[in-house]
Design a binder for this molecule. Structure first.
Ligand code: FAD
Length: 260
């Protein structure tokens, strides 16, 4: 059992503890709910892990963990993957010359809610996918595979995200406009603007943590240059938002406080 300590998270930072907690929960809890993975669900899982292995800016032992799991899954060519076999393959290996370790504790820092039912995993999942879209935009040619990360998120949410209502809402947004994303930069902005759409829909609702009201993000105090006014109406400066997202979700802004 984890003893919860008072944490003083800074909203302008991303915390490795949130990211690793989210990975642990998604891989070892959400993905192993079904007795076997097969078909589109197995394909979605393989895509998720290979995208993490490619783009997740983790600590060396976590990157080794993701890469070795990805390699293991690529070698699994049978149509069904039993949960027990997968669980065994997802165990940590501390003894190798290159340890492969994804911590098994769940510690929320930037994603910690004021009460247990708030925030945590869904907050971490958004954060991971923002980070992955930004990493993809920094690394490859802008027009190449624009949907590489978003389509993985769409599949993950559809086949694994435990909140079914969330999954339905997200799939509806994806079906409406995701296919029009034509570059990696647009993918970053698509996820940002649709996350804000979700924030607007949920503001004031009963899943909102009263200590963390749903905002249109980033708020002006975090990014003044992201906001402008056109004929007296609020508007976003999208190129400033893109610049902001690339800095906020960059490896240099990920802090190791509270990581195991
Ligand atoms: P979150 O919205 O989880 O955001 C996490 C962090 O991301 C914030 O603290 C902030 O630092 C940053 N952030 C906020 N907005 C943006 C943005 N626009 N762009 C980039 N970064 C941003 N809950 C429901 O009740 N109903 C739903 O239908 C629903 N659908 C969901 C769909 C998906 C795909 C996901 C991942 C979650 C969904 N949730 C839904 C959960 C909900 O969106 C929140 O994750 C949850 O309420 C926790 O909110 P939070 O305050 O931690 O902030």
């Amino acid at each position: 059992t984890n003893v919860s300590q008072p944490k003083h998270a800074d909203r302008s930072k991303v915390y490795m503890a949130d990211l690793e907690s989210t990975l642990h929960y998604s891989l070892r809890v959400e993905a192993t709910r079904a007795a076997t993975l097969s078909g589109a669900q197995l394909a979605a899982f393989k895509c998720y892990v290979s995208t993490l292995a490619k783009y997740f800016p983790g600590r060396p032992c976590v990157q080794t963990y993701l890469q070795s799991l990805d390699g293991w899954l690529k070698n699994w060519t049978e149509p069904e993957l039993p949960r027990n076999v997968l669980k065994e393959a997802m165990k940590n290996n501390r003894d190798a010359s290159h340890p492969a370790v994804l911590p098994t504790n769940v510690t929320w820092v930037g994603c910690e809610g004021s009460e247990r039912q708030f925030r945590g995993y869904p907050c971490g999942l958004w954060t991971i996918f923002h980070l992955l879209t930004v990493q993809a935009a920094r690394s490859g040619p802008d027009k190449e595979l624009p949907l590489e990360v978003l389509s993985v998120m769409r599949c993950y949410v559809r086949y694994f995200f435990g909140c079914q209502e969330c999954a339905q809402h997200f799939e509806a947004m994806a079906a409406e406009s995701m296919d029009r994303v034509a570059s990696r930069k647009e993918a970053v902005l698509w996820l940002w603007s649709h996350h804000n759409e979700v924030n607007a829909r949920l503001a004031g609702g009963d899943t909102e943590d009263p200590k963390f009201p749903k905002l249109q993000w980033p708020p002006p105090d975090m990014c003044p240059q992201c906001h402008k006014e056109e004929r007296g109406v609020h508007a976003w400066d999208e190129s400033a938002v893109l610049t902001f997202l690339k800095v906020h979700f960059s490896p240099a802004n990920i802090y190791l406080d509270y990581a195991e």
